[in-house]
Design a protein around this ligand. Sequence first.
Ligand SMILES: Nc1ncnc2c1ncn2[C@@H]1O[C@H](COP(=O)(O)OP(=O)(O)O)[C@@H](O)[C@H]1O
Ligand SMILES: [Mg+2]
Length: 206
Amino acid sequence: MRTIALIARKGGGGKSTLCAHLAVESSQRNRTTIVDIDPQGSLADWWNQRTAPEPTFAMVDVDQLRQQTLALEREGIETLFIDTPPHQDESTEQVVKVSNLVVVPVRPSPLDLRAIGPTVALIARMKTPFVFVLNGGTPGARLNDEAVAILKKHGPLAIARIHNRVDFAGAMIDGRTAGELNSTSKAAVEVSMLWKYVDKQLRKGA
Ligand SMILES: Nc1ncnc2c1ncn2[C@@H]1O[C@H](COP(=O)(O)OP(=O)(O)O)[C@@H](O)[C@H]1O
Ligand SMILES: [Mg+2]
């Protein structure tokens, strides 16, 4: 089983949005489950609105994360996504420990960029591979390239970028993803490229 966590110290950067979208992409080929350890439960709320059965959702007790992820693997789950809260504590460490890859969404804004330090420090301490994803930028804005230059100094950055597109939020209102709303939209194409990139990192042994 491959486990992918969405972690970022800054709230609103797109953890839950990307977790939902990547999990749905993954579920087209792999048995995929999502876990939401954020007490706010926005991913759980989204999943409860869904009518499609995949990906499935699992409740976990963070204190027993290792045992519970092993149990999911035994059940035949191939890909597991874990959404996390913005605050970082021991539970975030537990999540990083059980993950093969951490995806760190970052908006191209000074506030988001300043918050990456503690996130990277935590992940690096656990020696878990991670990748930044530039999320929510205005298409064509110079700020995107400036953010890319900064991010690259701190770690690997996904070549696929996710821009600010109304479909990302709109689709999630009723438990769907941008791709489920309109499979040829720009938002859908961006997510599909991001999932291909993440999948490739995992295959490389991330
Ligand atoms: N690429 C995007 N385009 C448009 N809206 C986005 C995008 N990414 C996130 N959002 C919106 O921004 C808000 C915060 O995103 P969310 O995924 O909840 O962040 P986090 O889980 O990191 O706190 C939500 O309202 C979400 O719909
Ligand atoms: Mg969230």
